[in-house]
Design a protein around this ligand. Structure first.
Ligand SMILES: [Zn+2]
Length: 324
């Protein structure tokens, strides 16, 4: 059974300490804590994903965020406020658009003459909390047309596909197997610098992966790729069926496999995978079952529903191309 931990969020805590109305200049103390909660999406430690900054206007403090990622980021702010009123309730969760500065909220003194202070922690993770998965969307299997692989862990897989990973899929395949896009979209995050992995939690930050943003705002995660195992770049538009990379065994993984899931975010530290249906060589829209072998349908055929006049012909041709 595949073990992995690709869907834990990463978070960053930022504390802006003890700012008081009377002496905020001298007390201004800013420090950032980078807290990667043990997951592979933390990996780009040299690349900033997100920052929080404030602007003072009199006694009012405006909070802004800058999202450096190519997809939405969902953040949750936990605030400790003393003699301060916020423009929103806390904890506050919201989604910020890609590559942009956005205003988050404002705080101001409840009693204008009294001292005030605040501190806060922000957790964030890539993905949108307001995305609604297009339930009519049918996915291709994430490998080459005609190829067959076994689904070693399916939805609700007891080994590791529980909680936020409930609707993730593991396909057993040798290292170096071609990984193809299950659905079109924009590549929004790529990590391929890791060469380590294994069935130990110490590897959980080491998985390589590709994230693809779909038009409905959900993200697809293709994980455990081999080192340098991506042939796509952030910002690139891809179609279903396109070759995007090569599988591997990086990260927290008990054996070579591809972990695939589609997710939105719940809040700054939790994702929510969504169930999706697949076009296989012999079914148009099926929920995959753990332990079964599946053959990827030919791309051109899979992109549209089979015509009524010839669905059986198309299916038969594709199935015949598959390996036993
Ligand atoms: Zn998995």
């Amino acid at each position: 059974m595949a073990k992995d931990n690709t869907l834990q969020p990463y978070s960053r805590s930022v504390n802006d300490g003890n700012v008081t109305a009377r002496s905020w200049l001298s007390y201004l103390l800013f420090f950032a804590l980078f807290v990667c909660l043990g997951n592979d999406l933390c990996a780009q430690s040299n690349t900033k994903s997100f920052r929080v900054f404030t602007k003072r206007e009199g006694n009012t403090t405006r909070f802004f965020v800058e999202n450096f990622e190519a997809a939405e980021i969902t953040a949750t702010f936990e605030m400790d406020l003393e003699n301060l009123t916020g423009s929103t309730n806390f904890p506050y969760t919201t989604t910020f658009p890609a590559n942009k500065i956005s205003e988050a909220f404002t705080v101001w003194p409840s009693k204008p003459e009294a001292p005030w202070n605040y501190s806060y922690t922000t957790h964030y993770t890539m993905g949108s909390s307001v995305a609604i998965h297009d339930s009519k969307q049918v996915y291709l299997l994430p490998f080459e047309a005609g190829e067959t692989y076994r689904l070693t862990q399916g939805y609700n897989g007891s080994y590791s596909h529980t909680g936020p990973d409930q609707f993730a899929l593991d396909f057993r395949m040798p290292v170096g197997t071609a990984v193809h896009a299950a659905r079109g979209g924009m590549v929004v995050k790529v990590k391929t610098d890791s060469s380590s992995g294994g069935g130990d939690r110490k590897y959980q930050n080491q998985a390589n992966y590709i994230l693809v943003r779909h038009s409905d705002g959900t993200l697809a995660n293709y994980a455990h790729l081999k080192k340098d195992g991506a042939i796509v770049k952030v910002g690139q538009m891809i179609e279903a069926g396109d070759l995007i990379g090569f599988s591997g065994n990086t990260g927290f993984s008990s054996g070579p496999h591809l972990h695939f899931s589609v997710f939105k975010t719940k809040n700054g530290s939790q994702r929510q995978t969504v169930p999706v249906k697949f076009r296989t060589s012999d079914a148009f829209a099926v929920t995959l079952t753990e332990g079964k072998n599946y053959t990827c349908a030919a791309t051109a055929m899979a992109l549209s529903k089979p015509a009524r006049s010839s669905p059986v012909v198309s299916d038969t041709r594709s199935a015949a191309a598959g390996r036993p």
